[in-house]
Design a protein around this ligand. Sequence first.
Ligand code: KG4
Ligand code: ZN
Length: 344
Amino acid sequence: MSKRTLILAFESSCDETSVAVIENGSKILSNVVATQINSHKRFGGVVPEVASRHHIEQITGCIDDALRIAKAQYSDLSAVAVTYGPGLVGALLVGVAAAKAVAFAHNLPLIPVNHMAGHIYAARFVAPIEFPALALLVSGGHTEIVYLPTENEFQIIGETRDDAAGEAYDKVGRVLGMTYPSGKQIDDLAHTGQDTFNFPRAMEKENNFDFSFSGLKSAFINTVHHADQIKETLSKADLAASFQQSVVDVLANKTIRALKQFKVKQLILAGGVAANNGLRERLDIELKAFPEVKLLKAPLNLCGDNAAMIGAAGYVALKNGIHADLDLNADPSLEFEWYPGMEK
Ligand code: KG4
Ligand code: ZN
């Protein structure tokens, strides 16, 4: 590899069309994100057909902008990296087709990237990742704890049995009359209230690294509906604070359990929900009991979906000789492997 490795990275797995130019896997020369949130808001969630259409409309403009901002030409590029799963199939296909077209036209290696590996590597923009590491990955579609023995191995040790944490935030937000996505709105409101409702903490005592958020969601919805029926007004701030406290308790509890069993150098916090202030503050406090473990939090502006993180993960894959052919297809249910011997 030459000294300056420039990767053109693509991300289109859900509702953000993003193209980035990343130097040596750690420097962002450009990271263009065209968000579609306004188009999905009125439906209360992402509409797959609408998402695909937007990606098609946005992708070429995003490529032009990413290259222009990075002051790079196609001839400066070393490789093309792309999210090929997990995500919405029609949305993924737009990024995959665009990345293949650029790779073919400019004779560049094509690097397939797992979206969740991308989320983990968003933390690379804070500091180099040291191995072995654990990652708490919390997004709108996933909630899992991942063990990384080396830089390109990702092994799940626990995951949600039902809803993802972000999904629970968005569903609860709807009941509070918030617009999609509501994670940040609940987070902000939670800081003005108290945990007065004491919602359930699912699976907290179970000796595994799994999560469950559907019971919490139901308890929340039942509480609000019951109050509506008896015409009682509940404090939205206290509801938000109570919900968030339950989510943060469960996430922190299982992460600490994992840190006790897996001796690692770093804990990485990543994914859309990693932007949550309550969770960030809580892990700062909990990690004081593990002075040998460094907490690496994805930067706030890179917690949500973006192509910079795909470029960082793609750089590592490229170093490890991972390439795809031009028959690369989207894999909407792409998953990491499980840690050997771990029960699914
Ligand atoms: O990783 P991401 O951008 O998309 C997926 O790959 O799913 O995550 C989006 C999720 C949404 O559910 C959103 O409500 C949630 O992240 N989110 C938050 C916060 N900011 C975004 N959840 C809790 N607190 C936040 N501050
Ligand atoms: Zn994501």
